[in-house]
Write a protein that binds this ligand. Structure first.
Ligand SMILES: Cc1cc2nc3c(=O)[nH]c(=O)nc-3n(C[C@H](O)[C@H](O)[C@H](O)COP(=O)(O)OP(=O)(O)OC[C@H]3O[C@@H](n4cnc5c(N)ncnc54)[C@H](O)[C@@H]3O)c2cc1C
Length: 584
């Protein structure tokens, strides 16, 4: 769909009136573009870097309700999220897939078994299902063979889901474009254009800069929506609004599956601060995340993990899987993303709320915060907020699937197993048959150590709007995160497939490769080893402090029991409702 010269052609066609102009090509902007195009609105989206370059390619990739929101009493947010999870699982198999979660309980742990049991009952009932189950210590060890056994009492297994976040963004954008929308990457919205000189005069358009050619142009629309995530304050400042964002960084470590083997996600409370962390399988590797710290680097720079975050995540792995003896040498890569969180001045970043907000400020609509999981609801909220400016807008229907249905036959069916077929249909939607048809000899095989087919690489280079090599290797396919050293060793093979498809000459490829490898070294590898604190010392100090603090824990036990009681009551009420609903 995005073949040679598509950017030039799209740029040349910007000079027409738009109904809606969306700034920001993460999942929030993509969702708005999709829903607006579906409603027949002339819609344009511009993204300053690449699709999903911001936070939406750097998340934990979970499509989930979030047990922690439930613990905070955010029942509505949890319910909306688990219901969205169920819908996405149904609409996008192969892109959004079920994943089991394990929660171990240890002697003296708070919350303990009964609180988890009540919480998981509510969690399941909110999605009108019953997936969770308790296992004894012996059975639990069979589900998570290398897990720490000291004091293990047992644990729970429950169902959630995961995705490939960057591919989710791309699929939503491509389906919007197929439905008539226009989307351009590497185009920055520099300036709000107003109907008059007054600061509060209505916003009527944007001055855009093409980051590839350096050209500028003005575009005009009836509604401008700022979906720039953690960057939202920048355009808001031009609308005279005060800054509200508190960018919080979350980072991950990537391990080879054979060194940190988990068949499903393992969730637990970090021994240093009792924050929930997860270790989970994804795309043939194992991810460990995440952190939650104030992000003090400039927002224009590629975010990177700090030495302290590396130690924090290594401490998590060490505490949960001590027998594996993992070291920094086992880490394949790292990545960091910035949460678009609305600041309320709380000292602990993790205590800040994670809901999305919709602000209409002097004619600029800003939508930020929230989660990947609820992007469809966020998009509908945004369109609802501008409905009064688009009187012809039909009523919003929240029952329409956000992903287009795909039930296509693929060519070369006999060369693809069920998992590969499902993967291609889920990730590439209506493009999957063309991708398979374009595959060269042997390219329907996977790249060793990953679940990515060689054919995906060729297709991305040919038809997915790649401008820089990191677009291709970090977001269209995720090889930069999955392979050691960002795929340095396989680069000649990547080049043989991709250079002709991209239409780059040797000089262009060599420059692009050098830039990609420099980016990988600076933002996707480990920081200098000598700067990383010793996590084993951190763990033993925390253990000593816990022992010293034993008496005060008794009060927390009483509080934990009260939480379990409340959750059990809510679970019982939901159970009755569920039973009545089933009978009806
Ligand atoms: C570590 C981490 C883990 C997470 N895990 C999960 C999870 O497991 N599940 C879940 O549901 N959610 C998760 N989230 C939350 C989720 O990832 C984010 O809420 C979501 O990706 C935000 O999407 P967005 O489109 O609003 O922002 P972004 O994805 O950041 O998109 C905003 C885009 O705007 C662009 N932009 C900025 N300024 C301009 C401009 N002037 N002109 C044009 N473009 C501009 C940026 O380049 C950027 O690409 C996680 C977040 C983090 C940080």
């Amino acid at each position: 769909m995005w073949a040679t010269n598509w950017r030039e052609e799209a740029w040349a066609g910007l000079d027409r009136p738009w109904d809606v102009i969306v700034v920001g090509g993460g999942i929030t902007g993509a969702g708005i573009l999709r829903e607006a195009a579906r409603l027949g609105l002339r819609t344009l989206l511009v993204e300053a870097r690449d699709w999903g370059w911001g936070t939406s390619s750097r998340s934990s990739k979970l499509v989930h309700g979030g047990l922690r929101y439930l613990k905070e009493g955010r029942v509505r947010l949890t319910r909306a999220s688990v219901q969205e999870r169920e819908r996405l699982l149904e609409e996008g198999p192969g892109l959004i897939d079920p994943m089991g979660f394990l929660l171990a309980t240890y002697k003296g742990d708070r919350p303990g078994r009964w609180t988890y049991s009540a919480g998981l009952s509510v969690y399941d009932l909110l999605a009108l299902q019953w997936t969770h189950r308790h296992y004894t210590a012996r059975d639990f060890q069979m589900l998570a063979p290398h897990i720490s056994q000291e004091g293990l009492e047992g644990g729970f297994c429950y169902g959630d889901a995961q995705t490939d976040d960057a591919r989710l963004v791309l699929r939503v954008i491509r389906e919007a474009v197929a439905g008539g929308a226009t989307a351009l990457n590497y185009v920055t919205a520099e300036k709000l254009l107003r109907a008059g000189a007054r600061h509060a005069a209505p916003v009527v358009g944007l001055r855009l800069r093409d980051e590839v050619s350096g050209k500028h142009t003005d575009v005009y629309g009836r509604v401008v929506i700022n979906a720039t995530g953690a960057w939202a304050d920048r355009l808001r400042a031009q609308a005279g609004a005060l800054p509200r964002m508190r960018p919080l960084r979350g980072s991950h470590l990537v391990f080879p599956r054979w060194r940190l083997p988990v068949a499903q996600a393992v969730g637990f409370l970090h021994p240093l601060d009792r924050r929930p962390v997860f270790i989970f399988p994804w795309e043939g590797i194992t991810l460990v995340g995440t952190t939650d710290v104030d992000h003090e680097q400039p927002l224009d720079e590629e975010p990177r993990i700090s030495p302290q975050e590396v130690a924090y995540l290594m401490a998590a792995v060490e505490s949960q899987f001590p027998s594996l003896g993992l070291t920094l040498d086992d880490v394949i890569s790292t990545f960091a993303g910035i949460r678009p969180v609305i600041g309320s001045g709380k000292e602990d970043p993790s205590k800040e709320g994670r809901d999305h907000v919709v602000w209409d400020e002097n004619g600029l609509l800003t939508v930020t915060g929230g989660k990947l999981t609820t992007f469809r609801l966020i998009a509908l909220d945004a369109l609802q907020a501008v409905a009064h400016r688009l009187p012809e807008l039909p009523p919003l229907d929240d029952q329409v699937p956000v992903l287009d249905p795909v039930s296509l036959a693929l060519p070369a069916e006999n060369l693809l197993d069920g998992a590969a077929r499902r993967r291609l249909l889920g990730r590439y939607g209506a493009d999957a048959p063309a991708l398979v048809a374009a595959a060269g000899e042997g390219e329907l095989e996977t790249i060793a150590g990953t679940q990515t087919l060689w054919a995906e690489l060729r297709w991305a280079a040919r038809a997915e709007g790649v401008v820089h090599l990191d677009d291709l290797l970090l977001r269209r396919v995720r090889l930069g995160q999955l392979l050691p050293q960002g795929g340095r060793a396989q680069m000649p093979h990547f080049r043989a497939i991709c250079q002709p498809e991209l239409g780059w000459d040797d000089e262009h490829w060599e420059e692009a490769e050098a830039a990609y490898l420099a980016l990988w070294d600076s933002a996707y590898s480990l920081p200098a080893r000598e700067a990383i604190p010793d996590w084993r010392t951190m763990l033993s100090e925390a253990q000593a402090q816990r022992v010293a603090a034993q008496p005060t824990r008794r009060r927390k036990v009483v509080k934990g029991t009260a939480v379990a009681g409340v959750l059990a009551a809510v679970a019982a009420a939901l159970g009755v409702l569920f039973w009545r609903w089933r009978r009806a």
